[in-house]
Design a protein around this ligand. Structure first.
Ligand SMILES: NC(=O)c1ccc[n+]([C@@H]2O[C@H](COP(=O)([O-])OP(=O)(O)OC[C@H]3O[C@@H](n4cnc5c(N)ncnc54)[C@H](O)[C@@H]3O)[C@@H](O)[C@H]2O)c1
Length: 417
């Protein structure tokens, strides 16, 4: 079986860590048990470009149990957990991913995953879709549909659909409520703090912590930073999101202001050059810069390098940039997703829901994908609700049911005061 991973000697460690993560993924386990019996993805070929983590391993094993043949490559050069990659290969799942791989290797791995001639693609950032549309259009004949995990990928795909460039249908997993309200918020919130602490071991209490972007991820990050005792400042471009941040009690201001007194800056906007030269110019000596948005473009690193007199690694994942005027700025994890580069990504309990949406959406696409025209679709509402129901069941949380009288009341328009 074709594969390219760092070290097959890491199998045991990977297997143990996957086992640990799966104890927190009861929804996916239930789906796997059903898939094992029903085999809804029998003889289906899937190319997946996802962060190669213990949770993704849980998803890959679920797809394999459903009868699918899967090839997995990384969706970020720094997010691969090499022990997990090895453990999956041991289970006969083809993986092409090595933590720290260079750009050429990253794209070679994407092509190797695509060499499977997939019926379905699973993306986290739309790299498979982009590569297929730009360089591998020969594969389109076999492809039925795909899924996309993250906000940035969905934005790219919607732009392609708008321009009439998208050649096959995609389900936007991120749109599911059981995805972005939990994974982006509680997952990114906690794991970004985790990455920050592992990389720096800084005390957050009393620090001015600037959250750039108050969307699904920014809300979680601001919440957790405040919980650690930091004074949280939010920067935004959306009036609505800025207003929400104000009403949550955060200080809201333009980056030009925040740049002057922030101790820590974390971008989660999905946009580019959110921190740039004009901001670096006024930052305090010792300011720490990091990103948890999908691509490493949110901090203008070329501009930072351009202003730098000397640079050195002071800890793993911490690069010091000494500017010409003597101030030092610290960039974490090369500006790549901090939570995945310096920590382990989202905790399994939230990925349980995101990947349950992935697994059920693939089952849906295997059944009905051929009927869809090329466009970006939301996760069917019944899948979203099923995931919420299963998660509650697994947590042994019970909720009320509507009475017949209440159901009737909610559906009627005649009853008034
Ligand atoms: N690290 C992870 O594990 C992880 C997980 C989920 C999503 N993501 C990524 O994080 C990014 C954000 O995702 P999201 O779901 O929060 O998106 P979102 O669209 O909900 O929020 C982004 C916010 O950033 C704001 N914004 C845009 N440009 C800005 C600017 N120049 N300055 C300040 N604010 C700006 C937007 O108005 C919006 O409120 C995306 O790239 C997404 O793919 C990462």
């Amino acid at each position: 079986m074709d594969h390219h991973v760092k070290d097959m000697g890491l199998v045991k460690k990977g297997r143990q860590r996957i086992e640990w993560a799966e104890t927190e993924m009861p929804v996916l386990q239930r789906i796997r048990a059903r898939f094992g019996a029903e085999r809804p993805l029998k003889d289906v070929r899937i190319a997946a470009c996802l962060h190669v983590t213990t949770e993704t391993a849980g998803l890959m094993r679920t797809l394999a149990a459903a009868g699918a043949q899967v090839r997995l490559c990384a969706s970020n050069p720094l997010s691969t957990q090499d022990d997990v990659a090895a453990a999956l290969v041991e289970e006969q799942i083809s993986v092409f991913a090595i933590k720290g791989e260079d750009r050429d290797t990253y794209y070679r791995h994407i092509h190797q995953a695509l060499d499977l001639k997939p019926h379905f693609t699973m993306d986290d950032g739309a790299d498979l879709v982009s590569t297929i549309h730009a360089e591998r259009t020969d594969l389109l004949a076999d492809i039925v549909a795909g899924t996309e995990e993250t906000t940035t990928g969905v934005i790219r795909l919607r732009a392609m659909a708008r321009d009439g460039a998208l050649r096959y249908p995609i389900i936007a997993i991120n749109d599911a409520k059981t995805k972005h309200l939990f994974d982006n918020r509680y997952g990114t919130g906690q794991s970004t703090i985790d990455g920050l602490l592992r990389a720096t071991n800084l005390l957050l209490a009393g620090k001015t912590f600037v959250v750039c972007g108050y969307g699904s991820c920014g809300r979680g990050l601001a919440l957790r930073a405040r919980g650690m005792g930091a004074q949280v400042v939010v920067t935004e471009v959306s009036p609505l999101h800025a207003l929400e941040a104000v009403m949550e009690g955060y200080a809201v201001m333009p980056m030009a202001e925040a740049a002057k007194f922030g101790d820590l800056f974390i971008t989660v906007t999905g946009n580019r050059s959110v921190l740039r030269r004009e901001h670096f110019e006024v930052m305090k000596d010792g300011a720490v810069l990091a990103n948890s948005g999908h691509f490493n473009v949110e901090i203008d690193i070329p501009a930072l390098r351009d202003m730098t007199a000397s640079s050195r690694e002071v800890r793993e994942f911490v690069q010091e940039y000494r500017l010409a005027d003597g101030r030092r700025l610290y960039l974490l994890a090369e500006g790549r997703l901090l939570n995945l580069a310096a920590a382990e990504g989202h905790p399994a309990a939230v990925m349980d829901m995101s990947f349950a949406n992935q697994a059920l959406s693939l089952e849906y696409l295997a059944r009905q994908g051929k009927e869809l025209t090329p466009n970006v679709y939301s996760v069917p509402v019944d899948i979203d609700q099923a995931v919420a129901r299963l998660k509650l069941e697994a947590m042994d949380v019970h909720v009320d049911e509507l009475t017949a009288e209440q159901r009737k009341y909610l559906q009627s328009w005649e009853e008034g005061t």
